[in-house]
Design a protein around this ligand. Structure first.
Ligand code: CA
Length: 351
């Protein structure tokens, strides 16, 4: 396609294609004039292939956002730089099929397989192309989903590229819900949210993913737990937890250091909620008021439960049960934390 053709010209045409005077006049955010011209060609192609305002190409939004800079480019300069006459006589060895797909988000968006990015790491790559990396809300469509979903992208934490699957920070959303609610998600991308097990299953099974959990207590202490591998199984497994490779400062709340025969080891457990009991305890961890509560991957029961009631310090009594709970966090608030955020990213992501 056209975009590949112009990208190939990048290989063929060295930096000497433009004059020094042109470089100074048209350079933007550290990008060469040629790069800016290539970006503009990509945006033009997207405008042609996705002409309808209702046709959702994420790159189209990006092109609009940088349109003013692209519009300042001199057509004659771009035409000259992109002219085949400027290409080397020797054609480049590579061809489009050999380019790594993640290096060309425009081509990905145009591939016809989907107009959407698969996750926030792809969006990071696309934003980086425009020197416009920032966190924000985007529509993505993980492989296997029929419709896009709206998600928060964290492009700052630990190099960015994270798709947020859960966040709680003010207690505005009730997390005491039945299994079906956890299955399909609730809350809002603009506030507290649970993305839904079905979406998380699709998201974490299109690639090898890692998990980052950020937690904050009522004293303002922020800690994290990172897992080098994370996915959930499909509905027939009750969205079984597959997690491994802990590192971080908050401690391992999935208790992977315990023996698999011990009651706390949560890896491999199906998801439970107040009306569906997949734990190994007599009675239900998710429905218990005296211990942990809320939908989660329990065994008997475990060291974590991030979907308990939203308890402020003033709400907490010895009889109030546990709220947002991550036992190894430590400190006075570990059983009723103030904020939690869970997010996933492909393990091969490179900021
Ligand atoms: Ca049980």
């Amino acid at each position: 396609m056209m975009l590949y053709a112009v990208l190939l010209l990048t290989v063929a045409c060295s930096a000497v294609c433009g004059t020094a005077q042109d470089e100074k006049k048209y350079r933007h955010n550290g990008r060469s004039v040629l790069e800016m011209c290539l970006i503009r060609e990509g945006c033009k192609e997207i405008a042609l292939t996705h002409p309808s305002p209702d046709d959702p190409s994420p790159l189209k939004d990006l092109c609009t956002a940088v349109g003013e800079k692209l519009g300042a480019l001199d057509n004659r300069v771009c035409d000259s730089l992109l002219s085949p006459d400027n290409a080397n006589d020797d054609p480049p060895e590579t061809d489009g099929a050999q380019l790594p797909p993640r290096s060309d988000p425009a081509a990905l968006a145009l591939s016809g397989r989907t107009n959407y990015f698969e996750d926030c790491s792809d969006i990071h790559t696309a934003l980086a192309m425009f020197n416009a990396v920032s966190s924000g809300i985007h529509d993505i469509k993980p492989a296997g989903l029929e419709s896009p979903i709206s998600v928060n992208c964290d492009q700052l934490t630990d190099g960015g590229g994270w798709t947020v699957i859960q966040r709680r920070f003010d207690g505005s959303i009730d997390f005491n819900r039945p299994y079906g609610a956890f299955q399909y998600g609730f809350g809002s991308v603009f506030g507290e949210q649970w993305l839904g097990l079905e979406n998380i299953y699709r998201l974490t099974n299109q690639n090898a993913y890692e998990l980052y959990i950020e937690l904050e207590d009522w004293g303002g202490v922020v800690k994290y737990a990172k897992y080098a591998s994370f996915s959930v199984g499909g509905s027939s497994t009750y969205y079984r937890l597959n997690v491994g490779g802990y590192s971080g400062t908050a401690g391992d709340g999935f208790s992977l250091s315990y023996s698999t025969t011990y009651g706390h080891y949560q890896n491999g457990q199906g998801f439970s909620a107040r009306d569906v009991d997949n734990d190994t305890k007599s009675g239900s961890c998710a429905a218990s008021l005296s211990s942990v509560t809320g939908g989660w991957w329990y065994k008997s029961c475990g060291l974590s439960a991030l979907h308990g009631p939203y308890l402020r310090p003033s709400d907490y009594t010895t009889h109030s049960g546990r709220g947002i709970h991550w036992a190894p966090f430590g400190g006075p608030y570990y059983t009723y934390l103030k904020k939690s955020k869970m997010m996933v990213r492909p393990v091969d992501f490179e900021p």
